[in-house]
Design a protein around this ligand. Structure first.
Ligand code: FAD
Ligand code: SF4
Length: 510
């Protein structure tokens, strides 16, 4: 009897541990497209299409390698468990094998289904990652406080990445101070090479038609769809980034600009998260660019830190803290997510830009996610669970292990300081400094009250006022609270009234 090799939509890796010891002549690969994966959170069209197109291309790659694939196309089954039950009934496998899922709930459901069906299930560590959940737990054990920076240094030492005989390359671990550039008034270089596009082939065109038909009511559009959907395309995207944009990645990694969704970012997150691209290959290519003089160390270190550091770190936190983590709400935030998050229709230009490109491409870069959409939700007081569901639905790279700690932890401070040592709060002036969004906006980031007051600035002061007693315990908030102390009683009450009006207005749009 065959073994059934379960391959989920974010496990598209021919080198996966799930195939170890399996035999194409006997065993069968199981894959399933199910409606629930795009409706349990209300997915944008681009995310659905990236997953389905990549899965269908992977099915072809498996067949070319001689595997028999038991593939359930969309429409046959509502959930993964239903699809699995059907396959177990028809194929009567001797056992099931998989690598650990990217979502706690999916892993739990599949384990429960296997038990119910009476078929043994083997679950392997996903060796796509450089650090296993068990290794991370060991790193975390006995530490009072977890900090990414220390984890990252350990990973550098363990892997030898950007290391010299006597320590870190260039004599320091972190080049953040070189990586905070803005575009000033002129904006990004108009002559830079835009990211390589991958126009839909026949398989992807079929998927696009399917999504247009079945998921017509989902937000977003597919008219610009150009994501890499195969391992070969992912390598081309990597090469394109290393050749044309890595050099400037560091300097501009926090900067934003109107109608410029990509800037100097790599656009590799979805390819990596679906496991079409090995992070070791990405890291090695970046390191090689520095060693051969094609990119400066600050840019290369900044880029590698995101992958060897942050990406592995958030996964470690996820598996360490689930399942309770998803319900944390340290600041007791209970507002509803404003409706414009699903349409982009708001007069706040920064939000309209960040949400607009999110719905159009399924993409926004880190600072847009953290310091525009995330910051507004935090200041507004949205329930972090709702924020989490939005982020999981709208980005092509969203998989719960990476999305949840970034959203609930880093951006919403919902875990009370595990991911971020203080809430990432700022006024509209931060957005003004890092972008040109404010020049095209009816509001003024310097004003917290009055008709032109920037809602970010109003809500920033209101947030500090609301949470002052709690924030006082955090040393790292002392500068911000010192500024708050300068406000008169009249100013405070005017801010609070204005904040109420902002909430009434945005709530009305919800
Ligand atoms: P680049 O800017 O080119 O960075 C290179 C790579 O580094 C990325 O491809 C990614 O793999 C990795 N990386 C960078 N920052 C992080 C981070 N904080 N955590 C983990 N990996 C990181 N990333 C996801 O992959 N999926 C998500 O669902 C996701 N949700 C996020 C939600 C919020 C609220 C925030 C603040 C960040 C989130 N991120 C998420 C992290 C980051 O924003 C994206 O990885 C990045 O914007 C992807 O674009 P890129 O490939 O062009 O990245
Ligand atoms: Fe955003 Fe405020 Fe700037 Fe408008 S003024 S773009 S709302 S930060």
């Amino acid at each position: 009897r065959p073994r059934l090799i379960l391959v989920l939509g974010d496990q598209l890796d021919l080198q996966s541990a799930a195939f170890d010891g399996c035999d194409p002549k006997r065993d069968v690969v199981w894959m399933a497209e199910v409606a629930a994966e795009s409706t349990k959170v209300w997915n944008v069209k681009a995310r659905i299409a990236v997953f389905l197109a990549s899965m269908r291309h992977f099915r072809e790659a498996l067949r070319e390698k001689g595997w028999r694939v038991d593939y359930h196309e969309l429409g046959k089954h509502e959930t993964l468990v239903e699809a699995l039950r059907a396959s177990v009934r028809s194929l009567k496998p001797s056992g099931l094998v998989m690598v650990q899922a990217g979502e706690w709930g999916v892993q739990r459901d599949l384990e429960a289904a296997a038990a119910e069906l009476g078929v043994p299930l083997e679950v392997w560590d996903d060796r796509h990652f450089l650090c296993t959940p068990a290794e991370f737990a060991k790193h975390a054990a006995g530490r009072k406080q977890l900090r990414m920076e220390f984890f990252y240094r350990e990973m550098r030492q363990r892997t030898g990445v950007l290391m010299e005989k006597d320590g870190p390359a260039g004599g320091q671990w972190n080049f953040d101070h070189d990586n905070r550039g803005t575009f000033g008034k002129e904006g990004p270089d108009l002559l830079r090479v835009p990211p390589k596009r991958f126009l839909p082939d026949e398989i992807t065109r079929e998927v696009i038609a399917l999504v247009q038909e079945r998921s017509a009511k989902h937000p977003g559009t597919l008219k610009d769809f150009d994501w890499p959907v195969t391992a070969a395309q992912s390598l081309e995207a990597l090469d394109d980034f290393i050749t044309h944009r890595l050099r400037d990645f560091g300097q501009y990694q926090d900067a934003m600009w109107t109608n410029e969704p990509w800037l100097y970012h790599s656009r590799l997150s979805a390819a990596m998260n679906l496991k079409m691209l090995d992070p070791r290959v990405v890291i090695a290519a970046a390191e090689k660019a520095w060693r051969s003089g094609k990119a400066p160390l600050a840019a290369v270190e900044g880029f590698i830190r995101q992958i060897l550091g942050w990406r592995e770190y958030v996964r470690g936190i996820y598996w360490l803290k689930m399942p309770d983590y998803v319900r944390l709400n340290e600041m007791q935030a209970h507002e509803k997510l404003p409706g414009f998050y699903w349409t982009g229709e708001t007069d706040m230009n920064c939000l309209s830009q960040a949400i607009g490109q999110t719905l159009r491409y399924g993409y926004a870069h880190h600072i847009q996610r953290l310091m525009v959409t995330g910051l507004f939700a935090l200041l507004y007081g949205v329930d972090p669970h709702q924020v989490h569901e939005w982020y999981l639905a709208v980005y092509v790279d969203a998989v719960e292990w990476v999305e949840l700690p970034n959203t609930l932890g880093m951006s919403q401070y919902g875990d009370g300081g595990l991911m971020a040592s203080k809430p990432y709060v700022a006024s509209g002036k931060y957005i003004q400094r890092m972008s040109n969004y404010c020049t095209g906006c009816k509001y003024d980031p310097a004003q917290s009250t009055g008709p032109k007051a920037c809602p970010f600035t109003t809500l920033y002061w209101d947030y500090l006022l609301q949470h002052e007693p709690r924030l006082k315990k955090n040393q790292r908030m002392s500068m911000q609270l010192k500024n708050l102390a300068r406000l008169s009683m009249e100013q405070r009450s005017a801010i609070q009234q204005q904040a109420r009006r902002v909430r009434e207005r945005c709530g009305g749009e919800g």
